[in-house]
Write a protein that binds this ligand. Sequence first.
Ligand SMILES: [Zn+2]
Length: 341
Amino acid sequence: MKIKEMFFAEAIDCLVTNDIPNRGIIRKIYSEARRINKNNPLAYTGAKLLNDRLKKGSIVYIATGWANRPDVNREIWENDGPPGAVILARSLVLAKKAVPVVLVENMFTSQIKEMLKAINIQPLNINEAIKNINSPFPIVAVGVDSFPINKEDAISKATELINTDKVEAIISIEKGGMSEKGEIHMSSGRKTTEQTSKIDFLINEAKKENMLILGIGDGGNELGMGNIKPFILKNFPHLRKCICGCASTIVPDNIVDLLITSSVSNWGAYAICACLSYLNSDFHIMHNQEMEKELMQISRQVGLIDGQNGFTSVSVDGISLEANMAITTLLRETVKKFLEK
Ligand SMILES: [Zn+2]
């Protein structure tokens, strides 16, 4: 990496790995994730891998969504993850003319569609999204599809999705993955296996075809954390054992090509967008604070909750909307300054 790229990449990682939420975990898991990435900054590495690999029409599956109060109602979702997914999908369309497809649980697709429209993007099904990008008059659009919770259905859907032409990458953002006992746990140790799409099967299928697989997480219990599982178990006792009774760890097993850690998972996705902006010399590829605001207001309107404070809120992981808008602005400003010089 050239020295200017290195300074840029460091600046971006710095912005999204400050422990603003005061969870006491990010600095440690970031150091370890970075150490196993030959000590290279994480978001830039992920963006470069995507940028080099994707072409017009390349399909990228983006998995997100987490049921947050399954014991009360299985359709209460948390708002860390889905905003990152729709923002990253937008950037992949603008930067590469790719066909991102956001994958969520069936009962959650309508919320994702509303969130896409909040950032001026038309949600389409996969076939429409593919047709759109090859049309002489394409609109700015992103695919939305459901991914099954049931194991057998998930395996057959994984085969179908991976066998579609031009699939190049899978990105999971704040998504549950299976532990060594096949269960999916929240960071509190509660089980959400019965509410969560089994994205592990999509990842397993993608590995057979050498696709690029990125995992973004913030708490140690998300898909991608398998890359640093021994480190997490050694350093964070609360992630060693669930409270659901299955007696497994809370860290998923699956290994991905690159783990990206950030203080809030959405920010990890935003950091990739900033790097895609830089790599394509266009700071409009990074969203702005007005879009962040619109997006979070719609996210509240469709019922997503702040998993930390329990409000149906525009805050994420207890971090205010103003702070999320500020992070967005700081990332965008960094891109601008590095493109100017
Ligand atoms: Zn368990």
